[in-house]
Design a protein around this ligand. Structure first.
Ligand code: 9MG
Length: 293
């Protein structure tokens, strides 16, 4: 059998260490937005958002990802104050009530700073430190950082995505952003890498990246992947957004087997079940004679 596709790696987050690798971690999605592609408007009310976050923790989420701006293709940006006003009360209440690490899904340093002050542990930065103040905010807080690849911006990214070699380009980008984070004083141990499925990519680009997760893993940090309810599943199954659960679970299971340390998911209970089964079978393989290098 080939080398272990998912080596154990520590993720250092505000004084705590999250072990990634031995089992697949599930990051629950909480969109406090009116316009996200699959759950827009459902959790705009802070009470509903907090209840959903608590429920995801009960269902087995290892992390919660709270976002106040939709990043779906074609989404229009919101102003930073409005974005912060959506996420801060929810993060504060979740921090008071629960114990799993909370990430704030934002490209903006001012929103990240307010969210960290409210109790967020991680910045899920789909802009990959594009805001010049973001690295300083993350460094000063000792926060965890998710660095994601995106070609273009949400408003236009699906207009005409183009690459010569999508796998090499995305892996190279993530390697350079990891080095940039390091140069800005964010230790590599605080960083997780994400190929950004659906962010400025065609179906073929997405499939190439999913099939070659090893190229992202080779950068040497834990890998996070989000496919939940996305168009890549629609492209494979022909299903609309509300009918993509089975396809999403199959893909989450595949990713758990092929090297994803963390999967980002809306359907936490079902995703936890799927990756638990895969994790156990990986363990059984090693017990019953299939050796990982
Ligand atoms: C906010 N958001 C939507 N999809 C995402 C994905 O695939 N990865 C990360 N890190 N964030 C995402």
């Amino acid at each position: 059998m080939s080398a272990n596709p998912r080596p154990a790696l520590a993720w250092r987050i505000r004084g705590r260490v999250l072990e990634t690798g031995p089992r697949t971690l599930v990051m629950g999605v909480l969109n406090v937005t009116p316009d996200s592609f699959s759950d827009g408007g459902r959790y705009l009310d802070p009470g509903a958002a907090v209840a959903r976050g608590r429920a995801m923790e009960e269902e087995g989420a290892d992390l919660l990802d709270v976002g106040g701006e939709s990043s779906r293709p074609g989404a229009t940006p919101v102003d930073p104050a409005g974005e912060a006003a959506r996420v801060v009360p929810v993060i504060r209440a979740l921090r008071a009530a629960g114990s799993v690490p909370i990430s704030v899904d934002t490209r903006r340093a001012s929103v990240a700073s307010a969210a960290i002050e409210a109790g967020a542990d991680i910045v899920n930065d789909i802009g990959a430190l594009g805001d010049p103040d973001m690295a300083g905010v993350v460094r000063e807080a000792g926060a965890g950082l998710v660095v994601m690849h995106m070609q273009g911006l949400p408003a236009t990214m699906q207009a005409a995505p183009a690459y010569d070699d999508v796998v090499a380009e995305v892996a190279g980008f993530l390697r350079r952003r990891l080095a940039a984070a390091d140069a800005a004083g964010i230790p590599p141990g605080a960083v997780v890498l994400d190929p950004g499925i659906g962010f400025g990519k065609t179906l073929d680009h997405n499939l190439a990246l999913l099939a070659r997760l090893d190229a992202v893993a080779a950068v040497g940090r834990p890998v996070l992947v989000g496919v939940s309810r996305k168009s890549v599943i629609g492209g494979l199954t022909g299903r609309g957004v509300g009918e993509r659960l089975a396809g999403g679970l199959a893909l989450a299971a595949y990713l758990a087997l092929r090297g994803a340390h963390i999967v980002r998911a809306h359907d936490v209970k079902e995703t936890c079940d799927a990756v638990r089964v895969v994790d156990r079978m990986r363990l059984e393989e090693t017990k019953h004679g299939l050796e990982l290098d």
